[in-house]
Design a protein around this ligand. Structure first.
Ligand SMILES: NC(=O)c1ccc[n+]([C@@H]2O[C@H](COP(=O)([O-])OP(=O)(O)OC[C@H]3O[C@@H](n4cnc5c(N)ncnc54)[C@H](OP(=O)(O)O)[C@@H]3O)[C@@H](O)[C@H]2O)c1
Length: 342
């Protein structure tokens, strides 16, 4: 049975949910897939916890319970490269904050892991958004895989559907509601409350970030449609290619006007392929009742692929929370090893 080393960078909402999920699913993965998953090291911004010769961190339950300062096994003296080198092979699970200007710290983590021929499962988007082609080419050359389901709507399957389930079709276009927070705000505005109140409500519930710009200004959707298009449709978009609207300026009157016309306002990430040039954008769009995304409400997400031979294929749902994101990371790990001989 293959024994798989996992190193986790980032131990915040998603990293902690991933830690718990690996502990919960250890026996299931062994029985169902014949995969023996071992979480060997966790890195935070200033320190790390490495299992050393012990088999698995998830067996050390106090790692979840204790803070860094008062547990002697957390250390500031360990580098990621040392750990990757000592363990030799495995998968790096990248869960540090997304920075779409520099890609850091994820870009350095992914670079080091690829340098040591490790597979990658990423929740952070920055590195891939900025260096998609380069990183995929490097992984390909080294015979390892980069998966990023958790960065592309997480529990809602997007890239896997496009790459695997729609193989052999030509992707004619993509439309997605890819950010749960913006869809939740628009849904609450449908119920008559203002943008500011809907945003405050989402922040109070911990769904929207204290700085909501990545979501409400459309950046998060732009990153996702970029990654999905590049992975599924073979495009080569940079963030600057993607025309972008957010939902900041939307008023209850705009919502009402759309409703009077039998429509609903949605923030769509789109790949538009008409003619020679591919275009991608993030666009606040009034959609009709017969549109496949019309009924997607609240923090739900959904994506429609328009294909030449299979027609329009829509997938919707998936949990929008850290455990759902962690589950997308686990899915990627299972699929990496299901298809490799390692
Ligand atoms: N939240 C979701 O449901 C969700 C869904 C899909 C994708 N994502 C993506 O997943 C990533 C993580 O999100 P999150 O909500 O878990 O963020 P978070 O709670 O802010 O956690 C970030 C973690 O990264 C660590 N970190 C920061 N700089 C680091 C460095 N240089 N080296 C190692 N670790 C470092 C932080 O360390 P400290 O503990 O020391 O502060 C913290 O543990 C983000 O990129 C986000 O866009 C999140």
């Amino acid at each position: 049975m293959p024994s798989i080393n996992i190193v986790l960078t980032g131990f915040g909402n998603v990293g902690k949910a991933f830690f718990r999920l690996i502990a919960d699913k250890k026996v299931f993965c062994r029985n169902r897939y014949g995969l023996d998953l071992h979480l060997k090291a966790v890195f935070r911004s200033k320190e790390a916890y490495f299992s050393g010769r012990r088999s698995d961190l998830t067996e050390i339950t106090e790692i979840m319970a204790t803070g860094t300062a008062d547990h002697p096994d957390w250390t500031t003296k360990l580098s990621l490269d040392e750990v990757l080198t000592e363990l030799k092979s495995g998968v790096l699970v990248e869960c540090t904050p997304t920075n779409i200007e520099t890609g850091e710290p994820g870009l350095s983590h992914i670079g080091q892991a690829l340098g040591r021929n490790w597979h990658i499962a990423a929740a952070s988007k920055g590195a891939l958004v900025l260096k998609f082609k380069e990183l995929m080419a490097r992984a390909n050359m080294n015979g390892v895989q980069i998966k990023f389901s958790a960065a592309t709507a997480a529990a809602l399957p997007t890239v896997d559907v496009g790459v695997l389930s729609l193989a052999g079709t030509e992707i004619l276009g993509i439309e997605g509601i890819l950010t749960g927070v913006t869809n939740l705000i628009l849904t609450r505005m449908e119920e008559g409350i203002t943008f500011q109140d809907a945003l405050k409500e989402a922040q109070a519930k911990g769904i929207a970030e204290p700085n909501p710009s990545l979501d409400v200004d459309g950046w998060d959707t732009a990153c996702k449609i970029l990654l999905i298009s590049n992975a599924v449709a073979g495009t080569d978009f940079s963030l600057s290619d993607i025309a972008r609207n957010g939902i900041r300026g939307v008023t209850v009157d705009d919502i009402q006007k759309a409703r009077d016309e039998g429509k609903v306002l949605k923030l769509l990430g789109r790949l538009v392929r008409d003619g020679e040039k591919d275009k991608a954008d993030v666009k606040l769009t009034a959609i009709n009742r017969d549109h496949p995304l019309f009924h997607v409400m609240g923090s739900n997400k959904a994506i429609t692929f328009f294909t030449d031979t299979m027609g329009a294929v829509t997938v919707s749902g998936g949990k929008s929370d850290p455990r759902g994101t962690a589950a997308a990371l686990l899915k990627d790990i299972v699929n990496i090893y299901r298809h490799s001989e390692e």
